[in-house]
Design a binder for this molecule. Structure first.
Ligand SMILES: NC(=O)c1ccc[n+]([C@@H]2O[C@H](COP(=O)([O-])OP(=O)(O)OC[C@H]3O[C@@H](n4cnc5c(N)ncnc54)[C@H](O)[C@@H]3O)[C@@H](O)[C@H]2O)c1
Length: 414
């Protein structure tokens, strides 16, 4: 028998019981649920990571849906319990869902939601911050100042790497990887090399401007510039270049700053290992704001020890919340506690999208047609569309699913 956990209850007489395993930022997500006849129970246990037993206790005998976190193990045990309790939906408050065994959810007919779109820029900005902090040794220099060690300007004091005109490498050029690439190209005029299983068409278009044909016609007619590279040239600056690499190794060999943005799955586990670290430039910067196990962290610690000019910026770790032995001692590592999506706007938006995923399944709403275009769900001044913003196993659960059009539909009044 699982022991009870502490909860806070909103709208106790609500018809549908929705559980959130953590308090989440903002109050709009609570209001959206309670306005639609949900009783909302928020777990207020002090411990950071809930066990499967804790969550079983939260689910109890009757539960319509759960909003959970990426630190929880959602598999056979929890999905079968949610099914027994009459549940229809689970939503991660995250875009990544490597903590969820989607096959188990399918087996019990539970919809699995995630929250893409609202994290993209915030996460990319953190990756850009880590790139800057590592290349300009900001954290080391800050610690030096606070320790009272600064006794005057010196030519060699905290010399780091210049970004302008260098090459940024992106591995996994999806939503976040592409947004990060744009920031580094626009902000620091870096050249781009990327590796992804698929072509990052929108990113390429941004750097190139438009197709070559349209480009030349446009230039002939207007005499204007049409790509970011041309724009720089017209301003007397070196144009940026871009390349899609045919192998990840090409990115590792050529780039001065490399940022990792793939999903975590079997193909990306320990993508960066001892052998691949060895082919990177000795003074390269490596950034990871994807998932910890994408890097073999023990191999990374060894590499940092052997190569003091190689620097790393890490938001995520292989065995969170722990770091591999030795990492905390490395001056050439900047480490932050998984805060890439931690802007107020993003975290409140994630909470809203997760709540609407669960609410939508409870109410039988269709799935939104484009989970990347979720602005209408986040607009505080209007009623969100009657749709589930993003359900990752929609197809597996229902072959005849009706996808919602992009035109926002007001929710029916109860
Ligand atoms: N640190 C954080 O707080 C934080 C926040 C948001 C997202 N994330 C992580 O970032 C990941 C990416 O998010 P996104 O929204 O950009 O997802 P996305 O699906 O848009 O992009 C992921 C990209 O990785 C590529 N990819 C998959 N396997 C690959 C491989 N073997 N080699 C190279 N590329 C590969 C895909 O083709 C895709 O383009 C998420 O899955 C999540 O794990 C972390």
């Amino acid at each position: 028998m699982a022991k009870p956990v502490s909860i806070e209850v909103w709208n106790p007489s609500g018809k549908y019981r929705v559980v959130s395993t953590k308090p989440m930022p903002g109050t709009r997500w609570i209001r959206l649920l309670t306005d639609q006849d949900c009783r909302v129970e928020i777990c207020t246990e002090k411990k950071t990571i809930l066990s499967v037993e804790d969550i079983l206790s939260l689910i109890g005998n009757r539960c319509d849906g759960v909003i959970g976190q990426l630190t929880e193990d959602w598999g056979e045990v929890l999905f079968s319990a949610l099914r027994r309790a009459g549940g229809k939906a689970f939503s991660n408050m995250a875009v990544g869902y490597n903590n969820v065994v989607v096959g188990a959810a399918n087996k019990y007919g539970i919809a699995v939601g995630n929250t893409p779109g609202v994290l993209t820029e915030t996460t990319a900005e953190l990756a850009a911050s880590l790139s800057l902090a590592a290349s300009r040794r900001i954290v080391e220099a800050d610690q030096f100042m606070r320790a009272g060690l600064y006794d005057g300007w010196l030519p060699h004091l905290f010399v780091g790497n210049l970004l302008k005109g260098q090459t940024v490498g992106v591995i996994g050029a999806g939503r976040i990887g592409s947004a990060y690439a744009r920031m580094m190209i626009e902000g620091f005029k870096m050249n781009l090399i990327y590796y992804d299983l698929y072509q990052a068409t929108r990113l390429e278009k941004f750097v190139t401007g438009m197709s070559l044909l349209a480009f030349s016609i446009y230039n002939c007619i207007s005499g204007l510039v049409s790509s970011y590279g041309e724009f720089l040239k017209a301003n007397g600056e070196q144009p940026v270049t871009w390349k899609r690499a045919s192998s990840m190794e090409d990115v590792l060999r050529e780039a001065d700053v490399i940022s990792l943005h793939p999903v975590l799955d079997k193909t990306t586990y320990h993508l960066i290992n001892k052998e691949r670290l060895a082919i990177m430039k000795k003074e390269a910067i490596l950034v990871n704001a994807s998932r910890g196990p994408v890097i073999d962290e023990a191999a990374l610690v060894e590499h940092l020890k052997q190569n003091p000019m190689f620097r790393v910026g890490l938001d995520v770790f292989e065995d969170e919340p722990f770091m591999k032995p030795g990492l905390a001692d490395m001056k050439n590592a900047v480490v932050v506690p998984h805060i890439a999506s931690a802007s107020k706007w993003t975290r409140e938006g994630m909470a809203t999208l997760a709540a609407l995923n669960v609410l939508g399944k409870i109410k039988g709403y269709p799935i939104w047609s484009d989970p990347n275009r979720i602005e209408s769900f986040l607009d505080e001044n209007s009623v969100p569309p009657a749709a589930c913003p993003s359900i990752v196993n929609a197809k597996e659960l229902d072959d005849c699913i009706t996808y919602c059009s992009c035109i926002p539909q007001p929710q029916p009044a109860e």
